[in-house]
Design a protein around this ligand. Structure first.
Ligand SMILES: [Zn+2]
Ligand SMILES: [Zn+2]
Length: 556
């Protein structure tokens, strides 16, 4: 019997053409008999105005559910939401082994504990830098620097060759926490021979190199030291290195750190449990804020993205029960505004400025750096690893294209730009060979709904043009048994000429009904459709918008 050729394939099910919702799969074996490995299972955050009421966007994993028996496991590169945030909701449909390093595993556990009804996800904890097997995949972790502890690249070795899946990374010679990027291992991979890099493109448009976390720490320490009153720092809670920098800056200035906000408390606790805060002074409870002199405190606050219920927003609105800021105090905004959050963040910062608080951002001071590689760092990686193939991922179209062009200039022989759902054969003979089903799922309240389900689209229409409901009581011989009932929701009360919208709707219902031929008046569906059209037209003529309209015809 002839053997079908052994193949190694790769497909992104999320995270390409977007920043968020990362999910990559690797398949080994001949077509139809592949064994799979999944890397990461992340979410995206929904912009409120486009998706009213939707909290999260998750990748559609119907392909993995179909292939579940052949899915050997999920390996997490790190514990950012865009890489592990979908596990709680999607893992129960897969129930495959999950592999993570200690900090990521601890964060996942804390997340499960904080969400009622969360599944029990058994996690195999793997050591930093370790090598282990997941099905037929021989995986070795490579320590990378990033904006959260324990970011790992994966070397995935197979009989068809070795792939470097970078995860999120940057080169930081002086990270505040953990080891710097393990360039020795990356160079060794280059010497051994690397088939392909599947690589982070987030900052491929930025020239040069990222500054180090140590540079940021220095600036933050100076800003804390020179502050005339209270200091608050807001950052992404998961950036434990940044929290440590703030703590060290506070200690050097003789100030105490007060943690404000649940996410911040959670990370602080996990960082202590996993040893990343060894040597960091104990933080004080929020009550201490009330009696410590202003020059003795630094408040570490959640809410860097303008989240309305988080600590910073409540402080900016003077609504926080324990924390008050006033003229002369200093707030350090040590984060990036995630695109889509600019307005919300602006509201918070403006609120603080209006209270006379000094707000410092990365516009004027190096109080934040990204955790992703700029161009010279990308060049370094390609130079060390010298892959035959490079596939840009983790980026929008612009980032992917820039990364691709850079890789070609660096001499990578084959650069493959693919989209979510493309099935790329890496070996033998690399190219896009097929497509697998992909898409998005919305987390709507406690439910998961398909992105193309009508619910969210309906809600968007409701928010734009409101709704009318009409109830008609219809006798058997086709007469109205009573005056029609109608309710207008979210629709202006009067038109331009002062006429009542409600009356116009009522008249349109009666006129339409009476203009129907007798035979049709006895048919509830026919009546409902005619009335629906007439009501929408009547409102559109007076308002310029067509609301949703529901007509209930009740036989009596
Ligand atoms: Zn990411
Ligand atoms: Zn990340």
């Amino acid at each position: 019997m002839a053997h079908a050729p052994q193949e190694l394939v790769f497909a992104p099910l999320g995270g390409v053409g977007e920043i968020g919702m990362n999910l990559s799969i690797y398949g080994l074996g001949p077509e139809g008999r592949r064994l799979w490995l999944a890397v990461d299972l992340g979410v995206s955050f929904a912009a409120e105005e486009h998706l009213p009421g939707v909290d999260l966007i998750l990748p559609d994993i119907r392909y993995l559910i179909e292939e579940r028996k052949n899915l050997a496991g999920i390996v997490l590169t790190h514990a950012h939401e865009d890489h592990f945030g979908a596990l709680l909701d999607l893992w129960p449909q897969l129930k495959v082994p999950v592999f993570a390093t200690p900090f990521s595993a601890a964060l996942l556990e804390a997340k499960c504990a904080s969400e009622p009804g969360a599944p029990k996800i058994p996690v195999t904890i793997v050591k930093l830098g370790s090598r282990f097997n997941v099905g037929p995949f021989d995986i070795e972790l490579v320590t990378m620097t990033h904006s959260i502890p324990e970011a790992n690249a994966l070397i995935i070795r197979t009989p068809c060759g070795a792939v470097l899946h970078t995860g999120d990374w940057k080169l930081d010679p002086k990270p505040i926490l953990g080891d710097p990027t393990d360039d020795k291992k990356l160079r060794a991979l280059g010497a051994e021979g690397c088939l392909a890099i599947i690589g982070d493109s987030t900052n491929a448009v930025r020239e040069g190199r990222s500054p180090s976390e140590a540079d940021v720490a220095k600036v933050i320490a100076e800003l804390i030291k020179s502050a005339p009153g209270r200091v608050a720092v807001t950052t992404f809670a998961s950036n434990a290195g940044r929290l440590r920098s703030v703590a060290e800056g506070a200690r050097a200035a003789g100030r105490e750190v007060i943690v404000v906000g649940r996410a911040m408390e959670r990370i602080t606790q996990i960082a202590r449990e996993t040893g990343y805060f060894d040597g960091v002074q104990d933080f004080r409870d929020i009550e201490a804020y009330g009696y410590l002199p202003p020059k003795k405190v630094v408040a570490l606050c959640t809410g860097s993205q303008g989240e309305p219920r988080a600590a910073l927003a409540r402080i900016a609105e003077d609504q926080h029960p324990a924390i008050k800021f006033s003229r002369g105090d200093r707030v350090i905004y040590s984060a990036r505004m995630i695109p889509g959050n600019e307005k919300a963040v602006g509201r918070v910062l403006n609120g603080l400025i209006e209270q006379g608080v000094e707000v410092i951002t990365d516009r004027t001071h190096l109080v934040h750096v990204s955790g992703h590689p700029r161009r010279e760092e990308l060049e370094d990686l390609i130079g060390w690893v010298r892959p035959q193939i490079l596939i840009p991922v983790h980026g929008e179209a612009l980032h992917l294209t820039e990364h691709a062009a850079l890789a070609k200039r660096c001499g990578v022989k084959q650069v493959i730009q693919c989209r979510n759902g493309d099935l790329v054969r890496l070996a033998p003979d690399a190219r896009i060979i097929d497509e697998v089903p992909t898409g998005r799922i919305y987390k709507d309240g406690t439910l998961l709904v398909a992105a193309d389900a009508r619910t969210v689209a309906d809600r968007r229409r409701l928010s734009f043009a409101g709704a009318v409901t009409v109830a008609l009581a219809l006798t058997e011989d086709g007469r109205l048994a009573a005056d029609p009932e109608c309710d207008l929701i979210g629709i202006p009360e009067r038109d331009r000429d002062g006429g009542f919208m409600h009356a116009a709707v009522h008249d349109a219902i009666i006129e339409t009904f009476e203009s129907l031929p007798r035979g049709r008046r006895r048919d509830p569906d026919s009546v409902a459709e005619a009335v629906r059209r007439a009501v929408r037209a009547a409102i559109a003529g007076r308002w310029g918008k067509k609301p949703m309209c529901h007509v209930h015809v009740l036989p009596v």
